[in-house]
Design a protein around this ligand. Structure first.
Ligand SMILES: [Zn+2]
Length: 381
């Protein structure tokens, strides 16, 4: 089962809980990094810190008691959660006032934190989605095809197809002419099979679009099959994968996620190279947090690049949503700004809302030398 997908995020971003607020809890529960005892202790400390913070929060009585009930719910569900956990992280979103509670497993450990806000805090989930691709793995032989969905490191079989293709002609069994005729007959069957596979792949794509297509098959079959793919799917065909229809789902999962990581690193590297080239040529690009925030405010971003886990406190204007490093008063509207515990998080959220592409770069990278954040711009600043 995948952890969560875009539909979940969209659904949650439309969630209405007025007049109540939502408590969003993020927990690193990676048992390979921490002992169970350590995890429970972390949770205890985190909730204690949150309770103190809640006491000081300026909110109405009904909002406060809903938030208190949220913390209670999380505290009570923890022992059983921890026993069954086999994921590196969890997110719990709760609004007791509305009877709303949802838990998501996370494919890697988040920063431990509790956020009280009128809306669910979805950024960590959005950041995870940005890192993973929805992959369709198609394994193809002359008479068989298997489709797997791979998402967030988990694989599931979607479909299998077996066509009625006769076996190959044995060497030297027939006179040349006759064997050629049979060969052609078989190849026609194979061609029909490939056409069917191509159509089926497109149907699957229409039902549930994927970002990347990985294809596992022999070279000879590839050159026959590739031209039959729908043009959309030719663009999605990201790589060939070295697995066969007969391989185990675990092997397919492993190979596909390895390949995804490799391609992702290549993409990251290319994006950083592009940024650096542009910066050095004095082109349409900026680096460093201050300059990048300025361009975000100017709505002049083509692509945002951030070193993974880079965070800095900052300020934002509640009136015009502009992001700043230290301005106490918004230069645009003269209203007082509000403290943001992590302005990079705000920037990422902003990018999600505006649908700018974001590349989270795995350190160490050349981006480290440029302030760990930068952007390719729509026009030169
Ligand atoms: Zn303002």
């Amino acid at each position: 089962m995948p952890y969560f997908d875009r539909e979940d995020i969209q659904r949650l971003s439309r969630l209405k809980t007025e007049p109540y607020w939502v408590t969003s809890v993020f927990l690193a529960t990676d048992k390979s990094l921490f002992s169970k005892k350590q995890i429970s202790l972390n949770v205890k400390n985190l909730l204690a810190e949150a309770r103190t913070r809640l006491e000081q929060l300026q909110v109405s009585k009904e909002i406060r008691s809903s938030l208190e009930a949220d913390l209670e719910t999380v505290a009570q569900s923890m022992p059983s959660q921890l026993n069954s956990l086999r994921h590196p992280g969890i997110a719990i979103l709760s609004c007791s006032g509305k009877g709303f509670l949802e838990t998501f497993n996370l494919p890697h450990p988040p920063r431990n934190r509790v956020i009280f806000d009128p809306n669910p805090y979805l950024r960590p989930l959005m950041a995870i989605l940005e890192r993973y691709h929805r992959i369709c793995v198609l394994l193809l032989s002359r008479r068989q095809a298997k489709w797997y969905q791979v998402f967030m490191g988990e694989a599931s079989l979607l479909e299998t197809l077996t066509s009625d293709v006769p076996g190959k002609v044995r060497e030297g069994g027939w006179e040349g002419y006759e064997s050629k005729r049979i060969e052609r007959h078989i190849e026609a069957h194979v061609h029909d099979h490939l056409k069917m596979v191509s159509q089926k792949t497109f149907n699957l794509f229409k039902q549930k679009p994927f970002d990347w297509l990985f294809l596992g098959c022999e070279d000879k079959l590839f050159s026959d099959f590739e031209p039959l793919l729908h043009n959309y799917l030719k663009e999605k065909l990201k790589a060939r994968i070295k697995v066969k229809t007969t391989d185990s789902p675990e092997k397919i999962r492993h190979e596909a996620t390895e390949l995804e990581t490799k391609l992702k690193r290549e993409e990251e590297k290319k994006a950083v190279e592009r940024l650096v080239t542009e910066l050095e040529a004095g082109g349409a690009a900026v680096a460093g947090l201050k300059e990048t925030l300025r361009q975000i405010n100017a709505n002049n971003i083509q692509m945002l690049l951030v070193s993974h886990n880079f965070s800095r406190p900052g300020r934002f204007c509640p009136a015009c949503r502009f992001l700043y490093l230290e301005e106490k008063t918004c230069p645009a509207c003269k209203q007082p700004t509000t403290e943001a515990s992590d302005i990079v998080d705000e920037a990422l959220g902003f990018a999600m809302v505006k649908a700018y592409p974001v590349r989270q770069i795995t350190p160490p990278s050349r981006l480290d030398h440029y302030g760990k954040i930068g952007a390719l711009l729509r026009y030169k600043a």
